[in-house]
Design a protein around this ligand. Sequence first.
Ligand code: PBG
Length: 335
Amino acid sequence: MSVLSQFPQNRMRRMRREGFSRRLMRENHLRSDDLIYPVFVLDGVKREEAVPSMPGVLRQSLDVLMHQAEKCLQFGIPALAIFPVIDSGLKNLTASEALNPAGLVPRVVSELKKRFPELGVITDIALDPYTSHGQDGLVDDDGYVLNDETVTVLAQQAAVHAGAGADVVAPSDMMDGRIAAIRAALEDQKHIHTRILAYSAKYASSFYGPFRDAVGSAANLGVGNKYTYQMDPANSDEALREVGLDLEEGADMVMIKPGLPYLDIVRRVKDQFGAPTFVYQVSGEYAMLKAAAQNGWLDEKACVLESLLAFKRAGADGILTYYALAVAEWLKQEN
Ligand code: PBG
């Protein structure tokens, strides 16, 4: 027996031995530039409400949110994504408040842009915060969400947000043809620079539960579900068709949602289209990490950073995460 055959031909551990060589061959990195911070905003002043199923996450009024926005800039987070908590008295069947140019979202957007012009502001395009039934669109007498009627309203909602100064509108509704309609409405009103971040592969996921608590749409939704418009978690080829359509219709960026259970979709989308690809670490993913950390069962920082790095490895360009600010602070401390 030759001497050589007694030893491994390749010693993969050699490069892992010291920090310097581990660093040299690291393929992916997480930076504050990768993060988008989703926030829940309330009407009024000096208001802060805890979201019980998302410990550490607050619903906050604009004055409080300003401090968070300032911190985002300080820690290098490029953009905020705004989700409104609408008073129940303003919700109805037509979601009329969604089109109010003096409504909560337009006011928050214009104040944020005035004070922090360099911070990107992303708004959610969907009707669920505004409908009395908590569905993302207008419904018929049987409760079926109407596609084309909803799309008409969404296009108007996007134009209202763009008019208030939103840099990016992000349709999260999963209606067919919404990207084309939104793009046409934006062009029509000369908002030619407004970007569209399409929630292209948005699954009908049970991981959205805590978010629905946060925006107060859960109670309204009742036993209802979103299976007739959000995607079946069993499907993957269908996600590629959705992404393809959204890009054709004029999306600048696409998103996969939820995150960690859908890394395979992130990779397929990035490989096939090479478009700016985002992923949403949703409320339920946050809640799981938080709960385990609070019980002392997981090392929070290590597990959060590992999860977010996994998104990068899967091919994501950016990540929406409720941990954004915490992560940006951790990353800064490490440097
Ligand atoms: C609704 C919307 C949802 C989320 C973002 N926009 C919930 C839903 O579709 O019911 C979920 C985000 C999260 O769970 O963190 N248009």
